[in-house]
Ligand binder design. Structure first.
Ligand SMILES: NC(=O)c1ccc[n+]([C@@H]2O[C@H](COP(=O)([O-])OP(=O)(O)OC[C@H]3O[C@@H](n4cnc5c(N)ncnc54)[C@H](O)[C@@H]3O)[C@@H](O)[C@H]2O)c1
Length: 427
């Protein structure tokens, strides 16, 4: 059988995957965002995950004679003759931190409209165990009129990419795979094995693969929450947390986690998916939700630490100018989704401090639209600041001469333990 793949949702996860599959198969990348489709067809990826040359090397428009290609489209007819559908749409939480499966339902409706006998629908979005078979498959069955595991099949293969990380790219990360039957599991596994050089792990069931993904991120969240708690304790005890972690890290089985803000659409969100499913089943998760509460409190905590340091140095808060370095949720990446830097901004503003945010990676219009916050892509070198807070460790901040940006009496706070200059405080 000739394989033709549709990837539904061309974001941080879908685009690199579609590009990779297009080196071996004909691939149609489908997205509802018309502007994104037009940018991608011109070789432009604003998430900066796929470089222009690499993208253009597989685009159908640039390689019309090749039988393997990537066509980006928002038209249903372009995915009608595919036989593998891979869904990579977002799985956010709502304002009450409850899983919002709307994009998954919508994407399933799209696939259902073109679903045919023998097709396999693979979900990659991070979910709680049961979503593929109990939430998505019924949508596929209802709208297509086809019968699950008889006419069509399902698979699950969670994504493990790390945006901005040019070393651990999609092909170099071992991929967990699963299918709705034994035979389909092997087919799904073979499909991924053909492009993932790091290899695959075929899980026994879809639920196992779903659960495996969601606990990877929950484990990170809890470990970070623990070191965040340590940072709070050691600050009270006037002990340097980094020194403690360095000393403890000399033991072979001490895990090297660092305190910090937990933002983005994965680590800070996925534990809520697991918690929701647990609560539906009658179990109230204690550790998972305690970790979330701890990590969500860190923005306000950083702001209060900075304010204490400013007061100690007799800096008048409502007249103070503070420079905040970085607004994205992580370093060397333009992604501002669910960034916890905004918690620092809101808390500092409550003290009347005037804040200038500088981030050469973030798109100022996106930050304004998402958070109502002004951020700058360039630094105005004339202003001298009373305080500088490094919130994100973008490599470019290494080149800054912090001393030349500050007034004589100043506070420098380093959330990430990144600056080489002497600082007044750090997490
Ligand atoms: N970003 C990461 O680091 C990462 C890592 C591992 C797993 N994940 C998971 O992968 C999934 C996708 O995340 P992402 O970061 O790529 O999201 P994203 O927001 O970057 O991209 C999602 C894309 O899907 C499109 N889309 C939304 N609804 C659609 C629909 N109904 N039909 C077609 N396209 C639609 C959007 O326009 C967008 O381009 C999520 O479940 C996420 O938790 C993300």
């Amino acid at each position: 059988m000739n394989i033709k793949i549709a990837v539904i949702g061309l974001g941080y996860v879908g685009l690199p995957l579609a590009r990779l599959f297009a080196t071996k198969f004909p691939v149609v990348g489908f997205d509802i965002n018309e502007q994104r489709i037009s940018e991608l067809n011109n070789g432009i990826d604003l998430t900066l995950e796929v470089e222009e040359d690499l993208l253009k090397s597989v685009l159908k428009s640039q390689n019309s004679s090749s039988s393997n290609y990537l066509l980006c489209s928002n038209k249903l007819e372009d995915i009608a003759d595919c036989n593998y559908y891979i869904v990579t749409v977002p799985t956010p939480v709502d304002k009450h931190n409850k899983p919002d499966l709307t994009p998954l339902y919508k994407a399933s409706e799209t696939v259902a409209k073109v679903l045919k006998k023998g097709d396999i629908v693979i979900y990659e979005s991070t979910v709680y165990p049961g979503v593929t078979e109990e939430e998505c498959v019924p949508v596929l069955e209802k709208l297509s009129g086809l019968k699950f595991n008889f006419d069509f099949f399902a698979g699950y293969s969670p994504e493990r990419i790390n945006p901005g990380d040019k070393e651990h790219t999609v092909d170099k990360i071992l991929k967990v795979t699963a299918g709705s039957t034994l035979e389909i599991g092997q087919k799904v596994d073979a499909l991924y094995k053909s492009v993932i050089t790091a290899g695959t792990h075929l899980a026994p069931t879809i639920k196992v693969a779903e659960a495996a993904k969601v606990i990877e991120n929950s484990q990170r969240d809890i470990n970070i929450a623990f070191v965040n708690e340590l940072a709070k304790i050691f600050n009270i005890l006037d002990i340097n947390t980094q020194d403690v972690l360095e000393a403890a890290g000399t033991k072979w089985n001490f895990l090297p986690f660092k305190p910090g803000l937990v933002g983005g659409h994965c680590i800070g969100v996925d534990p809520y998916y697991l918690a929701q499913k647990a609560m539906e089943a009658g179990y109230h998760p204690e550790i998972i939700l305690a970790g979330r509460r701890m990590n969500d409190s860190m923005g306000e905590y950083v702001a209060s630490e900075v304010v204490k340091l400013m007061i100690k140095k007799e800096i008048v808060l409502h007249k103070a100018e503070l420079l905040l370095l970085g607004v994205t949720f992580k370093e060397n990446c333009p992604d501002v989704r669910n960034t916890k830097i905004v918690d620092i901004v809101h808390s500092l503003k409550e003290y009347g401090i005037n804040i200038t945010i500088y981030d050469p990676w973030a798109k100022p219009e996106e930050v304004l639209h998402e958070y109502g916050i002004v951020c700058h892509s360039e630094l105005n070198n004339e202003t001298k600041y009373d305080a500088v807070v490094l919130g994100v460790s973008h490599e470019v901040f290494n080149e800054l001469n912090i001393g030349s940006l500050t007034k004589e009496n100043n506070v420098i706070y380093d959330v990430k333990g990144f600056l080489s200059t002497e600082v007044d405080g750090r997490l």
